[in-house]
Design a protein around this ligand. Structure first.
Ligand SMILES: *Cc1c(COP(=O)(O)O)cnc(C)c1O
Length: 434
């Protein structure tokens, strides 16, 4: 092992050479150096604002649902590492990938039968789009190549996903003219506003009907729109979309990359609506936050349609497809989740977030406070000062990463009551200064 870098040296190199998410070059903000992580705590290489460890309020962007350095997940990786860390997937197969695919078919909504293992969420969305476009091409309908979504969504940062991200919040303007132009419905009404249901349902049906001749698929995040604005909507709209898609011959893709594996209180958010999509994307918590892997599942109808085409194959095959290490830890993470009363844990965190964030509603610049499953959101009436808000949370011993006008948390499911309470205190502190 090389000598460890002194913190000052590490930060200088980081600033000079390393891109961070959505960051400038050279870097402007000083990131915190994490030396190790265990349970729900991130240990810092040097203390920040009096804290040498932080309670993780982010699950590393929805993924680390079991916390860090988990003995069972560590053992799964180590065991697989002893056999092989990777082998190509063309012409070869292996137990971790096959087990994972079979497990995903078993636990996802009835009817999803075929699994494409991709290496990140964005790529799984690319694959989903390719499946849908190719389905119609194979059916002799190549003009059905556009996508419809609703505003306020987020589907990743590669090209096709970017084209269906919220056109106002994303980088659409920068790329106007370069991105494929997709069809946008209005954003779904907030929360469970039943008065809004008839009008918005009619709007969705109208947009699907008007564009059906050119639509390959509708793609949406079910129940929770994540990085596009952390908004929750009534699952009834998913049933409306399912019906409209069936009626007008359009495929339905659900992007469950953020919502999958229990975060909303159901194993998959599609279950809130009792529907099966034609294609479903999974990622983030799939490997318990250990390694990068995602999956695109589809129905037999979609796979058969592609197979009947002039080009009867799905022309996609990433180098690290089906990575055995990632697949092994994904299987173990799913088993670990399902072997416990995870629904009770998510409910416990949900009610602790409701209690702990209630006070934020009375702060002067807070527009809305909302909680669903193990997700808590405080929406401000102005853009967050990310540096100030992060600092305030760190002073409370908590790691948060606000964006736009949102201070939010989705803690690991193993977060204890007193730690959830501290996270809430930190969210309120951040909302006060941010
Ligand atoms: C994070 C996310 C993606 C992109 O996944 P990456 O692994 O970051 O490429 C896509 N869709 C949704 C809903 C997400 O939350």
């Amino acid at each position: 092992m090389p000598d460890p870098l002194a913190p000052g040296e590490l930060l200088a190199l980081d600033r000079q050479h390393v891109w961070h998410p959505y960051g400038p070059m050279p870097g402007r903000q000083e990131p915190l150096i994490v030396a190790s992580a265990s349970g729900v705590r991130l240990r810092l290489a040097e203390p920040a604002h009096g804290a040498d460890e932080l309670i993780d309020g982010m699950s590393s962007w929805w993924s680390a649902v079991h916390g860090y350095n988990h003995p069972v997940l560590n053992a799964a990786v180590q065991e697989q590492l002893g056999r092989m860390s990777h082998v190509m997937f063309g012409g070869l197969t292996h137990e971790p990938a096959v087990r994972l695919a079979a497990r995903l078919v078993e636990i996802t909504p009835e009817g999803l039968e075929h699994v494409f293992l991709a290496d990140s969420g964005s790529v799984s969305v690319e694959v989903a789009v390719k499946m849908c476009l190719q389905y119609w091409r194979s059916a002799g309908r190549p003009e059905k190549h556009r996508l419809m979504t609703w505003r306020g969504g987020y589907h990743g940062d590669t090209w096709q996903p970017m084209a269906v991200c919220d056109p106002d919040g994303g980088m659409h303007e920068l790329w106007s003219g370069a991105l494929p132009r997709q069809v946008f419905a209005d954003a779904p009404p907030h929360d469970y506003d039943t008065d809004a249901v008839p009008a918005y349902s009619a709007h969705l049906r109208e947009v699907v009907a008007r564009h059906a001749h050119e639509l390959a698929a509708v793609i949406v995040e079910p129940v929770v729109q994540g990085a596009g604005g952390m908004r929750f909507h009534d699952p009834v709209y998913l049933r409306v979309l399912r019906e409209a898609c069936d009626e007008h011959g359009v495929l339905l893709v659900l992007d469950e990359i953020a919502t999958g594996f229990g975060r909303t209180g159901r194993l998959f958010a599609a279950e809130h609506a009792g529907i099966t999509p034609d294609v479903m994307c999974l990622g983030k918590a799939l490997t318990g936050g250990y390694l990068t892997m995602a999956a695109t599942l589809c129905t037999a109808r979609v796979a058969d349609g592609i197979s009947r085409g002039e080009v009867p194959v799905l022309a996609h095959g990433p180098t690290f497809m089906g990575n055995p290490l990632a697949a092994a830890v994904a299987c173990t993470s799913i088993d670990l989740l399902l072997s416990q009363d995870w629904q009770m844990e998510v409910k416990r965190i949900e009610s602790a977030l409701r209690d702990g964030l209630a006070d934020a509603a009375s702060l002067p610049s807070v527009r809305d406070v909302r909680v669903l499953g193990a997700i808590g959101v405080v929406e401000l009436d102005h853009e967050v000062d990310v540096a100030a808000a992060t600092r305030a949370a760190v002073r409370e011993g908590v790691w948060l990463r606000p964006f736009r006008n949102l201070i939010y948390t989705m803690p690991p499911y193993v977060t204890g009551d007193s730690d959830v309470a501290r996270i809430c205190t930190a969210v309120c502190a951040a909302a006060r200064v941010g």
